[in-house]
Design a binder for this molecule. Structure first.
Ligand code: ADP
Ligand code: MG
Length: 369
């Protein structure tokens, strides 16, 4: 783990160990199949290393976004991946290449795709509660490890939790550390971007961010995995934000049909407005829902209603044109602000955020703890 001297005041790590290769990526890898996915700033494609014949996932990241040099954000992403090397639930980084316009991260390929796909699948393919218990334990073990190392992910959602295989159901890999920050020795975080459905109330209120911010997202994630429904999703962003800030959650039997009350209790320990009262990853790992092998766990799945995809992949574009590798920003980029980062859930100070202004998308504000 890099020490604080390599970190700027925004919690971004600026030094990496990995050698950045400047020879041609395509001399060493063949791109195969269609793209694996795309998100805010990246296109991810399957590739095969010529020497070893091993499959990997190549994440193509543009260095310039909206006219700004974002190389340091990518370096930070690499640094977090490096620091999480020993974490079995974080995707592993194999190599890094740099061209004039892009940085390419060669990652372990999580062939099972996003858990998002199974969250919104028809009943037959959807997770059972037993599946969710196993996967939630893995997500929590991965996140507890990150939090222990003073790293917050800040973008945990079903599109950023992948599976090593889908049939049979494999293990989870946490990806996309583009928004991740170190929480130690940090005064503020600038330009945090989030996905409306998954952002914690403190993000909307410009209050300090902490490991608890990730725990809120895990509450949302678990809700989605169990019910196929997004708890705060409204008809528009304003409605979604209002639902989040009022913690307007439907725990009715209709939504949680066939799901145990322990599971609901687990979610309730996370979807708590005050971050100081939210369960930590360690607390969650001790929760009876994840530890009682003969709990009243249901093996069936409530019939999920379809969610609209936030990261809908567009059609694949030309591989030879570097300009075409990066997607247009998706509509999820909604919050741009300055935040204070607090070291941990136990040590948080009270925030000084104002009421959420129901005007976005671009908000610039500074909050000092
Ligand atoms: P962004 O920062 O643009 O959101 P991500 O790292 O989340 O980029 O990658 C975008 C999508 O690409 C993911 O949601 C996932 O579907 C796919 N993806 C990312 N990394 C991998 C990987 N290692 N293996 C397989 N698919 C991946
Ligand atoms: Mg992503």
């Amino acid at each position: 783990m890099p020490d604080c001297t390599m970190m700027n005041k925004n919690g971004m790590v600026s030094k990496i160990q990995t050698r950045i290769r400047t020879d041609h990526f395509k001399s060493n890898y063949d791109l195969v199949g269609k793209e694996l996915g795309r998100g805010k700033f990246a296109v991810v494609k399957k590739c095969v290393e010529k020497v070893t014949g091993k499959e990997h996932a190549a994440k193509f990241l543009r260095k310039r976004r909206k006219g700004e040099d974002c190389r340091m954000d990518i370096i930070n992403e690499i640094a977090v991946l490096e620091s999480a090397k020993a974490n079995p639930f974080v995707v592993s980084l194999h190599e890094v290449y740099e061209t004039a316009t892009e940085i390419i991260l060669v990652l372990e390929c999580a062939a099972g795709g996003e858990i998002f796909n199974q969250c919104v699948a028809d009943s037959d393919d959807a997770f059972t509660e037993k599946d969710v218990i196993r996967l939630a334990r893995q997500i929590l073990a991965g996140v507890a490890w990150l939090h222990h190392k003073n790293v917050v992910h800040l973008d945990l959602k079903p599109q950023n939790i992948l599976l090593t295989s889908s049939h049979p159901l494999g293990d989870i890999r946490i990806v996309d550390f583009g928004l991740s920050r170190r929480t130690d020795n940090v005064k503020e975080v600038r330009e945090i971007l989030g996905t409306p459905e998954y952002v914690a109330p403190e993000i909307l209120n410009y209050e300090p961010l902490s490991t608890a911010t990730d725990m809120w997202s895990i509450g949302v994630l678990t809700y989605v995995m169990l019910t196929g429904e997004s708890p705060f999703l409204g008809d528009n962003k304003q409605e979604t934000f209002l639902n989040v800030s009022q913690v307007n959650v439907d725990y009715s039997q209709e939504v949680f049909q066939g799901v145990s009350s322990l599971a609901i209790d687990f979610i309730k320990s996370l979807l708590v407005k005050n971050p100081r009262h939210r369960a930590t990853a360690e607390d969650c790992l001790k929760h009876p829902w994840l530890n009682n092998s003969h709990s009243h766990t249901h093996t069936g799945h409530a019939h999920p209603r379809l969610l609209p995809s936030m990261d809908e992949p567009e059609t694949s574009q030309s591989e030879s044109d570097p300009e075409s590798e990066s997607p247009a920003p998706s509509p999820e980029l909604v919050i741009v602000a300055s935040y204070t980062l607090c070291p941990g859930q136990g040590e948080m100070k009270a925030g000084r955020g104002g009421a959420f202004p129901f005007e976005e998308p671009l908000i610039q504000q500074e909050v000092i703890c």
